[in-house]
Design a protein around this ligand. Structure first.
Ligand code: GCO
Ligand code: MG
Length: 403
């Protein structure tokens, strides 16, 4: 028995906002969980503080599955990003505690490593195709085995995935949402050229990926997938918004380009049809928005039965606590595919000292007991929360569309 004595939420903004849950047992052991929901941070903080933490006090921190079921079934109001991020934070913190009690890194409790490291993809981006390819060359020189390519689109003022400060990408850029303008025809013309030039410069020994960020219809996605086939992309990400899972059937009928989706999914139910009908190749849910390590393993098991591999979302708005949790999951799950790796700022890394390391295109979770991440609370207190929103998106005629 490791009785939960207290739990509290720490909100800080070392370069961007993060919400962190810290659970403490009566023996003084602590566990951390990431609860960050970009642009909606305080809703999860309140859900935890006002509704979850009072139910945790006195429970046995070792009963991870029971506490998960208690919070999921017990709320009556199930699913959704706020609820599932809160449950994820608790679940992650409890795995951290269990690892510390055992004196083992969490991946050992999940069955041990089944690979030497976790292949990650870096983010090459630029205003033009030339700039993006030059960035991709730098990633290749740093040892990356997989690189995502995002380039500015001629005729559009700004595009998702392209940042001024190339190595650091932060879309939540304003106190109120900025408005972007989007054109599918302009975009569709630009991507095949990007891949053609990238293959010419980088050769065929590196995986190339691309994120569409939910902006196409299924038939448009089928066309783009087909146009990219000659360049053998590793995956086409979030080609369409996936509320209507059957929409992916249309894409599948038209292209052999592998499909990845899931960064906005919260439970196995969001992916059930996509996985069972083998409409996707990679499921990109991650620990913080997908109900924690416990639930993600359930998703991975269903995926494994259906030839679907994992590809956890790993943008900067998932804190180092989530990244560590993802790495323990990645290294231990049989059907791992790839892990996204966007660099956090130096300020973030200082607030969250961590044991994970990068070498030769791979991340390793490290051997520290638990998750191997701590939070420097004094430093965190120097970076108070600042409201920041993700942008919204309109077509050229002013209609709202997906960002
Ligand atoms: C990615 C993502 C992100 C999201 C961000 C939203 O593939 O990394 O699309 O950059 O836009 O996580 O908060
Ligand atoms: Mg994405």
């Amino acid at each position: 028995m490791a009785k939960i004595r207290s739990a509290r939420v720490i909100v800080c903004s070392p370069g961007r906002n993060f919400v962190t849950l810290k659970i403490e047992t009566e023996d003084g052991l602590t566990g951390l969980g990431d609860a960050t929901l970009n642009g909606r941070e305080l809703s999860v903080a309140s859900y935890l503080t006002d509704h979850v933490i009072p139910c945790l006090i006195g429970r046995d921190a070792h009963q991870i599955e029971d506490i998960w079921q208690y919070l999921y079934r017990g709320a009556y109001w199930r699913r959704g990003p706020v609820t599932m991020s809160a449950i994820a934070a608790v679940d992650t913190a409890l795995w951290d505690i269990k690892g510390k009690v055992a004196g083992l890194p969490v991946y050992q409790l999940l069955g041990g490593a089944c690979r030497e490291g976790v292949m990650v993809y870096g983010h090459a981006n630029g205003a033009t195709v030339e700039e993006t390819v030059a960035e991709a060359m730098k990633y290749k020189a740093e040892g990356y085995k997989a690189i995502r390519l995002q380039s500015g689109v001629p005729g559009l003022a700004s595009t998702y995935g392209v940042s001024k400060d190339k190595k650091f990408y932060e879309p939540a850029d304003a106190d109120l949402p900025t408005e972007n303008v989007w054109s599918t025809p302009k975009y569709m013309r630009s991507v095949p050229e990007l891949f053609a030039k990238a293959r010419e410069a980088l050769g065929w020994d590196v995986h190339l990926l691309h994120d569409v960020h939910h902006r196409l219809t299924p038939i448009e996605a089928g066309r783009l997938g087909k146009d990219l086939e000659p360049y053998r992309p590793f995956w086409l990400e979030d080609a369409v918004a996936a509320e209507n899972q059957a929409g992916f059937r249309t894409i599948r009928q038209h292209t052999t380009t592998p499909l990845a989706v899931g960064e906005v999914f919260n439970t196995i139910w969001d992916a059930k049809q996509l996985i069972e009908e083998q409409l996707i190749d990679y499921i990109r849910m991650t620990v913080v928005h997908g109900g924690g390590i416990t639930h993600l393993r359930r998703v991975a098991s269903l995926a494994d039965l259906n030839h679907v591999r994992t590809g956890c979302h790993g943008a900067t708005d998932l804190s180092p606590v989530c990244m560590a949790a993802a790495l323990h999951f990645d290294i231990s799950v049989p059907n791992f595919g790839v892990q996204e790796y966007m660099l956090h700022t130096k300020e973030t890394d200082k607030v969250f000292p961590h044991a994970y390391t990068f070498k030769d295109g791979m991340l390793h979770p490290g051997e520290a007991p638990g998750l191997g991440v701590e939070i420097d609370e004094d430093l965190a207190a120097k970076y108070p929360y600042r409201r920041a929103y993700l942008p919204v998106n309109r077509l050229e005629d002013g209609s709202m569309t997906n960002w």
